[in-house]
Design a protein. Structure first.
Length: 324
């Protein structure tokens, strides 16, 4: 038995922010080519954008929220320190009693959540699982000159898929792979608040310890290495070659690295997908947002082989192979 995606959805807040294009090769926004992002209005959280994307995915799947057995929510920008945004989302969907939990795996959060749902469905634990990834990055970035590069790249949004059992067919999630390397945890970090960093203080805010910081050189080196490994592992797990894959999807933050890898391997540009230019870096949400866009444009045909890969802080990286 396979687990199959039968509905996709996305939501991008209406507050669109256009970033200027930098001429400096040292500007990360110039390297990534980010030109547009969406920010939520004040007081909206990850569960709010996730709810809209989830309802779109449910509508596409032709099922009601009451038919869901489980919610797996990938996010690093939870509504609250506690409880989990998955529980908050379940309540907003009118659901009581089903398991709902968060997966905190940064840019790889969607694929980690998808892999969990895949195993739940294959084992017969749950029949219909909502996998959603949502980020409200605007609450974690400083929009002043101090963090100008980050504020130009990150955006808010959500994407969702419905995963169900496919008992006899050959279409569905063929394989997934999850990895991490905590030795480089400080390469991309928000230090406080946390049990190790302590509660947030005025001094922390003044020193910027509550904001995202990055070791961009380390991330580029590890990103090239881990994304290449992910693709090779994905191919080997399913007996595929580059020619067999109709579509490659990468999380927004990996776009520059992934584009170079695919170009080196001879992958045509129209088979490589990312939504960085349109929506900025929505981290865990970027893969399902881009996937839904391609589905609704009719770009993905039945039986197409689709490979998704992501890399991000943690360090975490992941991949999935799907026969659509």
């Amino acid at each position: 038995m396979l687990a199959r995606i039968v509905g996709t959805g996305r939501y991008l807040p209406g507050r669109s922010i256009v970033a200027f294009e930098s001429e400096s090769p040292e500007d990360p926004a110039g390297r990534t080519g980010a030109i547009g992002r969406h920010f939520v209005p004040p007081c909206e959280g990850a569960s709010d954008v996730a709810m809209v994307a989830s309802r779109a995915a449910l509508d596409a799947a032709g099922i009601g929220a009451h038919q869901l057995d489980c919610i797996v929510f990938g996010t690093q920008t939870s509504d609250y320190y506690s409880p989990a945004s998955g529980c908050v989302l379940a309540a907003k969907l009118g659901l009581v009693g089903i398991p709902a939990f968060d997966v905190h795996s940064q840019c790889a959060g969607f694929l980690y959540a998808l892999a969990i749902a895949d195993h739940f469905v294959r084992l017969g634990t749950y029949a219909r699982v909502l996998v959603v990834a949502a980020e409200v990055m605007s609450s974690y970035i400083e929009k002043s000159s101090g963090e100008r590069d980050a504020s130009m790249v990150f955006g808010d949004g959500a994407g969702a898929v419905i995963v169900v059992a496919e008992p006899n067919g050959r279409r569905g999630i063929l394989a997934t792979g999850l990895h991490s390397d905590g030795r480089f945890a400080r390469s991309a970090m928000i230090e406080v608040p946390g049990s190790a960093g302590g509660p947030l203080t005025v001094e922390d805010i003044q020193n910027g310890r509550h904001l995202a910081v990055f070791d961009r050189k380390r991330l580029r080196v590890e990103g090239r290495r881990r994304l290449s490994e992910s693709l090779r592992e994905a191919f080997a797990s399913c007996g595929l070659s580059v020619r067999d894959v109709a579509h490659f999807f990468f999380n927004a933050g990996s776009t520059p690295i992934a584009t170079r890898i695919c170009h080196r391997w001879g992958v045509p540009a129209d088979r490589v997908h990312s939504d960085l230019a349109e929506h900025g870096n929505t981290r865990a949400a970027s893969l399902p947002i881009c996937l839904d866009e391609m589905v609704r444009r009719g770009r993905i045909a039945p039986e197409d082989i689709v490979v998704l890969a992501s890399f991000g802080s943690g360090l975490t990286w992941a991949w999935a192979v799907i026969r659509w």
